[in-house]
Design a protein around this ligand. Structure first.
Ligand code: ATP
Ligand code: MG
Length: 290
């Protein structure tokens, strides 16, 4: 059985994560910067002797609206960076934050300390390790925004325990890297944000990115239903791209799937999908405010 607090444990590089990375559409410079940062953490960081002069905490933070690919990027870049290192073997752990933050008084603090000191330490001792802290706001809530009445002191202490634990681990394990994600930048404790070696804001896709995401999703369908390929070269497709602007990547992919359900015929035979249907489905997605 896996340790409590661990949602996933695997070795990198990993094919599933490589595919996530391949399918994420981001400006090339952002992808490169992120991958370079992971490489820096796994390689250069071990050679730096003065922590005072070059403070590295082994934390990368990705913030941005829901559905913009943060979790996929975190997993993808971890694997892509390890692939770039010849023959490197790095372990990957995804933390289950909700398992560590409990409403029982004093429990979160104890759970977090135990998790960092026992579980993470144990794995970090064995070699390079990348830890995904998805939805990190539950673990490092902004202490200054907590009212002592509405929020138990416990939450305050959980953030304290997390920060102290991260400092301790950073000092002991130069090949331990945390990649954290959050939708709520404003809810994160500033002391956590300040510890991040790189904070990257992931925004909704640009028009060009919308087009690529649409094409990527349609291409995946067209492997089985060949007629779908033709939609992308039709002049009407540009209207579809225009309509996708403003949506996040997840909404765009889901709107393509949703277009198939606009009629029973298309669900039974996706070759019948039209750009008109895609347009309608994207319009429908836009009426939902996230
Ligand atoms: N920029 C993008 N390029 C390609 N696909 C994207 C992009 N953004 C999101 N997606 C797709 O949307 C889906 C959701 O992505 P993911 O779960 O990584 O987003 P997230 O930012 O972590 O969302 P949340 O904040 O809700 O957890 C995935 O299928 C992903 O491929
Ligand atoms: Mg996510």
């Amino acid at each position: 059985m896996q340790d409590k607090g661990i949602l996933d444990l695997r070795n990198l590089p990993n094919d599933e994560f490589e595919e996530l990375w391949k399918r994420i559409v981001l400006p090339d410079n952002i992808k490169t910067q992120l991958q370079a940062q992971v490489l820096l953490e796994l390689t250069l960081r071990t050679q730096i002797t003065s922590k005072a002069a070059v403070p590295l905490h082994g934390i990368i933070l990705l913030v941005g609206p829901p559905g913009t690919g943060k979790t996929s990027i975190a997993k993808g870049v971890a694997s892509a960076a390890v692939s770039a290192l010849n023959n490197a073997k790095v372990k990957f752990i995804e933390v289950e934050p909700h398992n560590l933050s409990s409403s029982a008084l004093g429990k979160s603090q104890r759970e977090i300390r135990r998790f960092l000191e026992d579980v993470i330490t144990e794995h970090a001792k064995q070699g390079p390790l990348i830890v995904l802290l998805d939805e990190v706001e539950t673990l490092v809530s902004d202490r200054s925004k907590m009212s002592m009445e509405a929020n138990p002191v416990d939450v305050h202490r959980a953030t304290d325990a997390m920060l102290a634990g991260l400092d301790n681990l950073a000092a002991r394990f130069p090949q331990l890297l945390f990649i954290a994600t959050s939708n709520f930048e404003g809810a994160l404790d500033p002391a956590f944000i300040s510890r991040a070696d790189l904070v990257l804001r992931i925004d909704k896709p640009t028009r060009e990115a919308c087009e690529e995401i649409l094409k990527d999703t349609l291409t995946a369908f067209s492997e089985k239903w060949k007629e779908i390929k033709k939609l992308m070269t039709d002049p009407k497709f540009q209207k579809v791209v225009e309509e996708a602007e403003g949506l996040d990547g997840r909404q765009i992919r889901k709107a393509v799937i949703g277009a198939l359900t606009l009629s029973i015929d298309t669900v039974l035979n996706p070759n019948l999908l039209t750009n008109q249907m895609l347009l309608k489905s994207l319009k429908q997605a836009k009426t939902i405010k996230l």
